[in-house]
Design a protein around this ligand. Structure first.
Ligand code: SAM
Length: 273
């Protein structure tokens, strides 16, 4: 019988220390380990979102669940809901939460597509006051419709917080951006998801948000990942050749896109009005 494979899988587990299984680009400040940098990006998102014991979180694309533990055990959030496309990751996330005694939260975490409204709170059900997306929104089949769904689901005054790629205002396209288009295809990123920060703001306003704040993390994320792989790849012989190639191409692309001002990586927060 053929083995089912998924685009979003558990390959990044091999980059992690201990029993961590993060799978984002990381926030590289003084961090030297992949797990620490990924956790750092999650911490930045949680702090920006103002997570605390009053937070009712909906997490879009929660990976293998390390971030769910962070929301619960570091920020002590009150409730958790979420949806994640990857079946293998979602199983791992639920196992992780159960091993840490968080059985009750598993009932509201689902495998599925963010664009299926059945995975969001039904009309009349308690609404989240935080919608989070850590390094996943650029992959969603339509980011604008994700923003619209988040706007419909959040309680008034609630906060949407995402880390994401945007195009710089100076982006011109043309031949210079050919590597970008190749990367988008290979990484399953719909072209329409890449918009300038000005257009992103408009999409947020159209979805019912105000008080938009956008912080540029490009250097610490894009150059950080690129520089980490340059240091780490010699110690990566335990990884399958396919993974080594993927990280090498990603690292090279991110360094190029940063220096040529083709892409920017940002932390965005906005308030549901
Ligand atoms: C780059 S990974 C980031 C994973 C995790 N947030 C982390 O930081 O380790 C992108 C995540 O988005 C999820 N994802 C992609 N498309 C999705 C969709 N249409 N609906 C729900 N989740 C999706 C994937 O399953 C994956 O977990």
């Amino acid at each position: 019988m053929p083995v089912a494979t998924e685009f979003f899988d558990t390959a990044e587990v091999a980059l992690n220390a201990g029993d961590q299984s993060w799978g984002n680009l990381g926030l590289w400040q003084d961090e030297d380990s992949y797990s620490d940098a990924c956790r750092g990006l999650a911490l930045a998102l949680g702090i920006e979102a103002g997570l605390d014991a009053e937070s009712h979180v909906f997490d879009a694309g929660f990976g293998c669940g390390d971030q769910l533990l962070l929301w619960l055990e570091h920020f002590h959030v009150a409730t958790l809901q979420g949806v994640n496309l990857s079946e293998t990751q979602t199983r791992r996330a639920l196992d992780l939460l159960k091993r840490h005694g968080h059985h009750k939260h598993c009932e509201t975490l689902r495998q599925g597509d963010i664009h299926n409204s059945a995975h969001w709170p039904a009309p009349g059900a308690p609404r989240p006051n935080r919608v989070l997306c850590l390094d996943g929104a650029y992959h969603f089949p339509g980011r604008a419709s994700f923003l619209a769904q988040a706007g419909r689901s959040l309680a008034p005054g609630g906060v949407l917080c995402v880390t994401d790629f945007v195009l710089p205002e100076s982006f011109q396209g043309g031949l210079r951006s050919l590597p970008l288009h190749a990367m988008l295809r290979g990484s399953r990123i719909p072209r329409d998801n890449l918009v300038t920060t000005a257009r992103y703001r408009e999409q947020l306003f159209e979805a019912g948000f105000d008080q938009v704040a956008i912080r540029d993390l490009s250097e610490s994320v894009m150059l950080g990942f690129s520089a980490w792989w340059a240091r780490y790849h010699r110690r990566a012989s335990h990884l399958p050749a396919r993974s080594r190639l993927k990280y090498a191409v990603t690292a090279r692309f991110l360094g190029w896109a940063y220096h040529k001002t083709v892409l920017r990586y940002v932390l965005i927060s906005a308030r549901r009005n």
